[in-house]
Design a protein around this ligand. Structure first.
Ligand code: SF4
Length: 502
């Protein structure tokens, strides 16, 4: 058999999830989805490298020969343990004093770190780049450089590429080669939060649903799944069939917090297996017949209208760049507008996007927001998740709004997600807005768009897309996505109101 060709990209995929590397090599290409996260990472990388280097880097072997301060696009080849063929494409090489085959300088690899800490994935990737670069430039590469920070203050950290790391790299390359030779893909990653960033997500979601994978149960993360597997509970169906009391006792060995959630996990699995929503009782499990229940949204009983509120953020820059508000008035006959609001025309509501631009300052944003809120003093402000309430109340505080007024604002803010979780168990694998509104039949107007894609449009717009046509187009897509989130929030709220009517 021909030796496996292993690349740095395959190694990175494998370190994230073994199945991902296998799919990268053998998976059906047409099922691979474009991910905005990768584009955002490349955008961050570019900004970090621009801060690091005084001038534009050169390209490939010719730039190395000329001694450019930075070099991109150099492909490196070599051999690993057992004759494995290796190939790598370092993001950037930085020139340092030294001796190499090109003259009295040598290079070291540079990686732009994503996230707050240096991980095994970063270390092993740099070890591979360093090893192949040392052979190529005929000079040792004792260390690599890691940068982070994008357009904030650039963080720099050197990483020694010692023998210990090289040993770990050899072990990983051997195991990667073995995994790639499997006839079937490795199992789904244990902690499926990682799947959010993966281009194979939709394929693996189908597998998880078909297998009744434990991660499909809302509330079961990587650690809890390990505990359940240890107890012999291997699937959604087995969790649904478990005795809650016995499970609570077994899980309590690992901490009292697990005892407390055991019954709720069984209840959630039961609801997902049954496919029907159930009202939550006082203990968090399905309500018993005759058990009294309170309204989920009592504030809407007499309200003349609602404001549906959604923020778009750049979490790395801690920037809430768009505050979108959809105004919805109660009909003249006292009924609420339909759940599935049209995008335009009668009954669509009035959508107002408020952009938060650095150059305009926060005071102006607050002035516009508070003026809008003051025009509808008795209208509750509905949002999904805590981002909006935290963002708005902090903004008010920064703008010097007094405690009494902030308390009034707090009382107007209604987190539909929190109310839903408090009152209902739903047959969904996540209580996020996409999953819940999707379960009610809501479709976002732009397919394949998520918060990351929206953020990418925003960054592109900030970087120069404000030129007439392109800029208008990107902003228009961001507003449409944000307005859809407001409409989706109404769909969930409306469903809660309907249950109370029923
Ligand atoms: S979607 Fe998740 S399980 Fe599937 S390959 Fe990606 S990270 Fe692995």
């Amino acid at each position: 058999m021909a030796p496996e060709l292993l690349t740095d990209r395959l190694l990175r995929s494998w370190l994230r999830c073994k199945r991902r590397a296998w799919l990268d090599r053998h998976g059906p290409r047409q099922r691979r989805q474009w991910s905005a996260h990768r584009a955002l990472a490349l955008d961050d990388q570019l900004r970090s490298f621009q801060q690091l280097l005084p001038e534009r880097p050169g390209h490939g072997e010719a730039a190395c020969r000329q001694g450019s301060a930075g070099v991109m696009g150099l492909r490196l080849y070599g051999h690993g343990p057992g004759g494995l063929e290796l190939q790598a494409h370092p993001a950037l090489l930085q020139r340092l004093p030294g001796q190499s085959r090109w003259g009295d300088y040598a290079y070291r690899p540079v990686l732009a770190r994503q996230g707050r800490r240096l991980t095994r994935e970063h270390r092993l990737q740099l070890a591979l780049w360093g090893r192949l670069l040392a052979a190529h430039q005929q000079a040792p590469v004792p260390e690599a450089l890691v940068v982070a920070g994008g357009d904030r203050r650039l963080e720099r950290e050197t990483l020694p590429l010692g023998p210990g790391l090289q040993h770990q790299l050899d072990e990983s390359l051997e195991r990667l080669a073995q995994d790639l030779q499997r006839a079937t893909p490795p199992p789904l990653v244990n902690d499926r939060k990682k799947c959010t960033l993966c281009s194979w997500r939709s394929l693996c979601d189908e597998t998880a649903a078909a297998e009744g994978h434990l991660s499909e149960v809302s509330g079961v993360g990587g650690k809890r799944r390990d505990l359940l597997l240890e107890l012999g509970v291997r699937s959604l169906a087995e969790l649904a069939a478990a005795d809650p009391q016995r499970l609570a006792d077994d899980l309590a060995v690992h901490g009292e917090q697990h005892r407390e959630v055991a019954a709720q996990l069984v209840a959630q699995a039961l609801v997902q297996a049954g496919g029907e929503p159930r009202r939550r009782g006082a203990d968090g499990t399905p309500a018993q017949p005759g058990e009294p229940w309170g309204a989920a949204l009592p504030e809407l009983a007499t309200a003349p209208g609602v404001l549906l509120y959604d923020i778009e953020s750049d979490p790395d820059a801690r920037d809430d760049f768009l505050h979108g508000i959809l105004r919805l008035e109660r009909n003249a006959d006292g009924r609420w507008p339909e759940a599935l609001l049209p995008l335009s025309g009668p009954g669509a509501g009035h959508y107002q996007p408020l952009l938060a631009l650095y150059e305009h300052g926060e005071a102006r944003l607050w002035q516009r927001l508070s003026r809008l809120l003051a025009r509808y003093p008795d209208w509750p402000l509905l949002h999904y998740g805590e981002t909006e309430s935290v963002g708005l109340l902090r903004l008010a505080e920064r703008q010097g709004v007094g405690e009494a007024e902030r308390a009034r604002l707090r009382a107007r803010l209604i987190d539909v997600h929190q109310r839903l979780r408090r009152h209902w168990l739903l047959p969904v694998n996540s209580y996020g807005l996409k999953a819940v509104a999707g379960w009610r039949g809501f479709h976002w107007s732009q397919s394949g768009v998520d918060g990351a894609r929206c953020l990418l449009w925003w960054r592109q717009w900030r970087l120069g897309g404000r030129l007439p046509r392109r800029g208008r187009h990107q902003l228009g897509r961001i507003f449409l996505y944000n307005r859809d989130d407001c409409r989706a929030t109404w769909m969930v709220a409306r469903w809660l109101l309907e249950q109370e009517g029923a």
